[in-house]
Design a protein around this ligand. Structure first.
Ligand SMILES: Cc1ncc(COP(=O)(O)O)c(C=O)c1O
Length: 341
């Protein structure tokens, strides 16, 4: 696969910055219970080849699925490459604006996707999906718009001969998960990709999984290399899925921080604010170059934000701002005020 462009992900902008509003994982770093667990598990996890049984059972239990419907992943991003290579779709589409790794994975597998670009406010329109699309990738909630599609809108794009892949990497941030398709067992060709990287704030650990009907899950699982997921990631996955209530504090904090940030951004001149359902806020500085703004914020204030023009369907002025709470968000808002007044 071609390497991502140097600025295709938020971590490029965050490296070396004093304040990171570019990476979209939960604020505050990994929770204490997880740090303790990883320290405890370190020795055992690195001495033995990884055993997926416990993490697989925990994921299945969390979502009311059977273990044979679970495929553990080295982060959710692994799932897109696995799906592309295994299914080799003829007419794949990706619903944009959204995360572009599925496009890269499909292109690398020799089956480049056509973009379906939704117009603002980016509601999923089932009629926009070409009837002959045999693979459709859609994010829910979507990065970077934060749009949460109703479960029924996604179910409306399910069709015979078509695999629908729902990227629910940010669903842990949404209270109640009423629109999640993770528990749905009544669709033959539905794949739900989940990441624990985001809510646990462990992008370096790589923790994800997918849920699919067992024949499809078996094809995907068998395509992975041996020991695809490391032992510490498995320990984190098992613990989080055995005790999903442990994820609630980070989700609550993210929602409160996001709403507070969106409210303060509303006072910044010429900025349009799209708060969304995840822990970040998409904004548009009309008539401005978001990339130049991001560079100035970084150089002048040590603040990293993610310019969003690389997401198909968004414009030069879009920026994705991850809420970090308190003083960090206040400094971000005041820096934007100074730049945009
Ligand atoms: C929408 C979306 N899906 C999946 C991923 C990848 O998640 P992971 O870090 O678990 O591979 C990201 C990472 O930014 C993302 O934004």
């Amino acid at each position: 696969m071609t390497p991502p462009g140097p600025d295709l992900h938020g971590d490029h902008w965050a490296r070396g910055a004093r304040a990171d509003h570019a990476v979209n994982v939960a604020a505050g770093g990994p929770p204490d219970w997880l740090r303790r667990l990883l320290r405890q598990e370190l020795d055992g996890a690195i001495r033995a080849y990884p055993d997926e049984a416990e993490a697989t059972a925990a994921v299945a239990h969390r979502h009311g699925r059977s273990a044979d419907e679970v495929v553990l992943l080295n982060g959710a991003a692994h799932g897109f490459a696995l799906i592309a290579e295994t299914l080799a779709p003829r007419r794949p589409v990706v619903v944009h604006p959204q995360f572009t790794e599925p496009d890269r994975a499909l292109a690398a597998a020799g089956c480049a996707a056509a973009p379906v670009i939704l117009g603002e406010p980016w509601a999923l329109d089932p009629d926009a999906i070409p009837v002959d699309a045999d693979l459709v990738v859609v994010g829910n909630p979507t990065n970077p718009t934060g749009v949460l599609h109703p479960r029924a809108a996604i179910e409306a794009i399910i069709a015979p001969g078509r695999t629908v892949v729902v990227d629910e990497a940010f669903m842990d941030f949404v209270g109640g998960e009423a629109n999640s398709l993770a528990p749905a067992t009544d669709h033959d060709d539905l794949v739900v990709v989940r990441s624990l990287t985001k809510i646990l704030a462990v992008p370096g650990l790589r923790v994800g999984y997918l849920l699919a009907p067992s024949p499809l899950a078996a094809r995907l699982r068998d395509r992975r290399q041996a020991w695809a997921v490391n032992g510490l990631a498995l320990a984190a996955c098992a613990a989080a899925c055995h005790h999903p209530a442990r994820l609630a504090p980070a989700a609550l904090r993210a929602r409160a921080d996001r709403d507070a940030l969106a409210a303060s951004l509303a006072g910044v001149p010429s900025l349009r604010v799209h708060p969304g359902a995840a822990g970040f806020v998409l904004v548009e500085a009309a008539g401005r170059d978001g990339r130049a703004l991001a560079e100035t914020l970084r150089r002048g204030h040590g603040i990293a934000v993610r310019p969003a023009a690389t997401f198909p369907g968004l414009g030069a002025g879009h920026l994705r701002l991850t809420a970090r709470g308190g003083d960090a968000d206040a400094r971000l808002v005041s820096a934007l005020h100074a730049l945009l007044r």
